[in-house]
Design a binder for this molecule. Structure first.
Ligand SMILES: [Zn+2]
Ligand SMILES: [Zn+2]
Length: 161
């Protein structure tokens, strides 16, 4: 029976144990999360910006604004243009807020946990829904409405319609 080290107390426990018998650390879950984080950071090393075109912003679906109830809000992700830089990594294509590109390339921002990085899928994204981008209003990266971190860590659905 292979043994692994409990990430909390260091005791050797079975690799099939869900919980450490000593400290009740949820071993399987913690190790699973660590593996996922390791894989993610390996994938993050392959990130690059695709130079030739920009992609429709998944937040506002290419319009530069979106509806909140009866109101219309400008999209701070794409800086009102409806377009964001297109990036790719070994796991597919990404839309990234313009002011988040540096942090994305450094491996810091994950699509799972940040509202400014969107995983678009394995295939290159489709053509623009609207032929022209709107004009850009540069967003200050210290603007409090920028969702650098999502509260609930829900995965972002980039292909909603
Ligand atoms: Zn333990
Ligand atoms: Zn947008």
């Amino acid at each position: 029976m292979p043994l692994i080290e409990c990430p909390d107390c260091g005791r050797k426990v079975s690799d099939r144990a869900k919980v450490c018998p000593d400290c009740a650390c949820p071993v399987a879950e913690v190790i699973g999360e660590k593996r996922q984080a390791d894989t993610e950071s390996e994938v993050a090393k392959t990130r690059e910006i695709v130079e030739e075109r920009l992609v429709d912003c998944p937040k506002c679906t290419g319009r530069g604004w979106y509806e909140v109830g009866d109101l219309v809000a400008w999209c701070v992700i794409c800086e009102y243009t409806g377009r964001t830089p297109l990036a790719k990594a070994s796991d597919g294509f990404y839309a990234v807020a313009p002011y988040a590109v540096e942090r994305f390339l450094s491996g810091e921002l994950m699509a799972r946990t940040s509202g400014v990085v969107f995983h678009l899928g394995k295939a290159p994204p489709p053509k623009h829904r609207y032929p022209k981008a709107a004009s850009r209003v540069a967003i200050d990266p210290s603007d409090p409405s920028i969702p650098w971190e999502l509260g609930d860590h829900e995965p972002q659905d980039a292909d909603d319609d």
